[in-house]
Design a protein around this ligand. Structure first.
Ligand code: MRU
Length: 367
């Protein structure tokens, strides 16, 4: 997507042909900083500390992390060590496991001296595939927004609510939840987005608002508890979120708070869709509440907030008493029954085992 007239992806190979460059998302929206990753451990840190985040981008970064490891030392031992280190960075987004498994399956049978080249080629393919997948999600999701616009009776706008950041910053390009919004906007549909701020890390306020603004999409940042009220008053025509792991039965695990939005949408008859790239499907599990590992992060993300002061300095401040305990659950699970449909690269599927299996027979069959 464009940043002030320059086309960017979120991850790319440096001009030297081996280092990997990313946008440090912890610095947005106040600073646009590019960081160079030179080792596999560096890639692991970028994922763990959320310089990059969002399920598809985590997967892409892990793939390049394996490539960087193979450049350093293509032995079996180093491949295993790098894969394990990358896998431990974040537990919920299944794209991480998917990408590491894809890389290991490719590299293990190769002789060590062939591994680095093959790894870089496959990591680049994973990135290109993600762009194509997300673009297709946009194509399949855009008609949902068009229909919601026709149905809502408001010629001047259609209101979409989203949670967290499932835009191009969360993927290699386009985004998942935001891809249909970008395509709708580009096609002239007057789309306005309610952006949940998404405490504790504020991916909505700092990332979604930033990227929608750069693309010229009308949006309003709201605190996380506003969505239900807006829905009761007919001010949300459609919800679209992303997902970090969707089970074979269509349960959706996404950023904490997504479940409450789905409940409010269900209660108010508002359609609730999820942008779902196929690498985000975990075919090995069905019951999301029981079986998706939920990341718990440092309590300081809850007890502190970071922002820009009036003097222009980026500062972190405490917002809770010094000795209060805080819990930081990063994701929750929305049961399939609350999901109106899954917008995949192959079309919109019911959130069900049969729906997903019909779209991906070759993947569903394997497990
Ligand atoms: O903790 P994050 O910022 O990595 O969480 C991201 C999300 O929850 C996104 O909605 C999800 O990864 C979908 S990305 C297209």
């Amino acid at each position: 997507m464009n940043v002030d007239g320059t086309k960017f992806r979120t991850i790319w190979l440096s001009k030297d042909g081996w280092a990997v460059e990313i946008i440090d998302q912890t610095r947005l929206p106040f600073e646009f900083v590019i960081v160079r990753l030179e080792t596999s451990d560096h890639a692991a840190t970028a994922i763990r500390d959320m310089w990059v985040r969002g399920a598809p981008l985590i997967g892409a970064t892990a793939a390049y992390g394996v490539a960087l490891a193979m450049r350093d030392d293509p032995s079996d031992e180093n491949l295993g060590r790098a894969a394990d280190t990358l896998m431990e960075t974040r537990p919920t987004a299944v794209n991480l496991r998917w990408a590491v498994d894809v890389m290991k399956a490719l590299l293990m049978p190769l002789s060590p001296n062939a591994r680095a080249k093959a790894a870089y080629i496959r990591a680049a393919e994973i990135c290109d595939e993600d762009v194509a997948i997300c673009s297709s999600i946009g194509d399949h999701g855009m008609p949902l927004i068009h229909r919601a616009w026709e149905a809502c009776g408001k010629p001047d706008w259609v209101n979409v609510l989203t949670h967290c950041n499932a835009g191009w910053l969360a993927t290699v390009d386009w985004g998942t939840a935001l891809a249909p919004i970008y395509k709708a906007h580009d096609a002239g549909i007057p789309v306005h987005v309610w952006v949940d701020e998404t405490r504790p890390r504020n991916q909505g306020a700092s990332l979604t608002a930033w990227e929608l603004g750069k693309h010229g999409v009308a949006h309003t940042v709201i605190v996380d508890n506003v969505g239900g009220h807006l829905m009761q008053h007919g001010l949300v025509d459609l919800c679209i979120t992303g997902t970090d792991r969707t089970t074979a039965a269509g349960d959706v695990c996404n950023k904490i708070g997504t479940y409450l939005k789905a409940l409010a949408a269900h209660d108010n008859g508002v359609p609730f869709y999820v942008g779902l790239p196929s690498p985000t499907i975990d075919w090995t599990i069905e019951d999301g509440v029981a079986d998706v590992p939920i990341e718990q992060r440092d309590a300081t993300e809850v007890t502190q907030m970071t922002g820009r002061s009036a003097s222009g300095e980026v500062v972190t401040v405490d917002i809770a008493p010094e000795h209060s305990h805080a819990a930081n659950y990063a994701f929750d699970v929305t049961p399939a029954r609350l999901v109106s449909g899954l917008i995949t690269e192959r079309g919109v599927s019911p959130a069900s085992k049969d729906g997903l299996a019909a779209l991906y027979p070759e993947l569903a069959k394997k497990v």
